[in-house]
Design a protein around this ligand. Structure first.
Ligand code: SF4
Length: 414
């Protein structure tokens, strides 16, 4: 087993742990934001219904801001208030409701897991973090801990981005916070700290603190309910990390949780010295030609052709304008030619490259791809018979386009 970390990185005093829990919960009771899933979790007597609401909200909140999620969550819960209702939905309906929220596989997996609850688990949600993680697709360690603690009262901790930041600051953890060794320590710490009688509230309080007070760039330390337990703040104010061995960084090269010796404490950064992450991999650049094919509908209003993406991979099953990935460095003229060739299949007639009107470029950042859409348009006369042998396709008005399962990137293109 690895040696225990030096004292400055631990919570070892039971009285301090008790005080921290009390201060954090009192602050949470007074200052927490009203959020629809919290209201439901606090008022719904049925534990499985609570669990479903927390589950939906947690999946939506992955990589997405609270303000964006609220409307999606409310519509989702109105449409599918139980796993049973969700299990009966089609993937198309799920994608339509999810459109604009990003990371589309989340909705799909949520629905797959709801079907599993209904068909394999007799409609019962698993009730412990271990079972939730093991039995439900798309439910990872964090989501399982959140559901189990908030809905079923299991005394288990959670570690998400907010908790990582708060704990790293509370205990001056400056080693790479995305490394497995540090993450494991943070889980140990979260499990040790969680309040035994109010685990769900404690976990939400810790995350709420990271979201509203201990924020990444300019934390509000003066208003922080746990400031007296914070070693990063103490170090900022007094130059030392608490009443621990009289050293700046305890291991200087040897401690697995201190900042690396090559990047020591920077006093100009204060508490934002923590957490630290290894440099992120740059997203890969990609270019895609896309064409808005337009025709006059029966009432003279414009209609656009959209086609469905394959059922796996990026933006699986979503609808888009006919699009074609472009090789790097392709000249404009060549781009038009390959796109015209591609469109011939959709329109069933020759498309002249020179007839494509260049509109502009749209940049959209996916988590790992810096995507540039090179946008063209092509008005069509007469009717176009869509070939059923190709991917599903359909003509839509602008209103229908926005109600379809299309990505934010395609909305930008339109
Ligand atoms: Fe975060 Fe500041 Fe509170 Fe420490 S005192 S936990 S750095 S807000």
């Amino acid at each position: 087993a690895p040696a225990p970390p030096p004292a400055q990185h631990l919570f070892s005093d039971p009285a301090e742990i008790e005080a921290l829990r009390g201060n954090l919960l009192a602050w949470y009771d007074k200052c927490k934001r009203d959020l629809p899933w919290r209201t439901l979790a606090a008022t719904e007597p049925d534990a499985d219904r609570r669990a479903y609401a927390v589950w939906v909200s947690e999946i939506m909140l992955q990589q997405t801001q609270v303000a964006t999620v609220i409307d999606y969550y409310n519509r989702w819960m109105q449409k599918w208030p139980t796993p049973q209702a969700l299990a009966q939905a089609s993937l198309e309906e799920v994608n339509e409701l999810w459109a604009g929220l990003g990371y589309y596989s989340r909705g799909k997996r949520l629905q797959e897991a709801a079907r599993k609850v209904v068909s394999e688990l007799a409609g019962q949600m698993p009730r412990t973090a271990e079972d939730l993680q093991k039995l439900l697709p798309g439910v990872g360690r964090y989501t399982a801990g959140a559901i189990a603690s908030i809905s079923y009262g299991q005394a288990t901790g959670v570690v998400d981005g907010n908790v990582i930041r708060v704990l790293c600051r509370l205990r001056c953890i400056g080693a790479d916070s995305s490394s497995p060794a540090v993450i494991e320590r943070l889980w140990d710490m979260a499990n040790a700290l969680v309040d035994r009688s109010r685990p769900g509230d404690f976990n939400q309080a810790l995350m709420e603190l990271g979201a509203t007070v201990c924020v990444p760039k300019a934390p509000l330390c003066g208003e922080c309910p746990v400031k007296q337990h914070c070693r990063a703040r103490r170090r900022k104010l007094f130059g030392k990390p608490a009443s621990v061995p009289d050293v700046e960084d305890c291991g200087v090269g040897g401690c697995p949780l201190c900042p690396p010796a090559a990047e020591p404490w920077d006093s100009s950064l204060g508490v934002t010295n923590f957490p630290r992450k290894a440099a992120k991999k740059q997203p890969r650049a990609a270019r895609t030609a896309t064409c808005v094919l337009e025709r006059r509908g029966c009432h003279g209003a414009p209609e656009y052709l959209i086609v469905q993406r394959p059922s796996s991979g990026l933006l699986a099953g979503l609808w888009e304008f006919p699009s074609l990935p472009l090789a790097q460095g392709l000249q404009e003229e060549k781009q038009r030619e390959v796109l015209a060739d591609h469109l011939r299949a959709w329109t069933g007639r020759p498309v002249v490259a020179g007839g494509l009107r260049f509109i502009g470029e749209v940049v959209h950042i996916f988590s790992h791809i810096h995507q540039t859409y090179v946008v063209y348009s092509l008005p069509l006369d007469g009717d176009v018979t869509l070939d059923p042998a190709l991917s599903p396709s359909r003509w839509v008005t602008e209103k229908e386009f926005h109600a379809s399962a299309v990505s934010t990137a395609m909305k930008k293109v339109l």
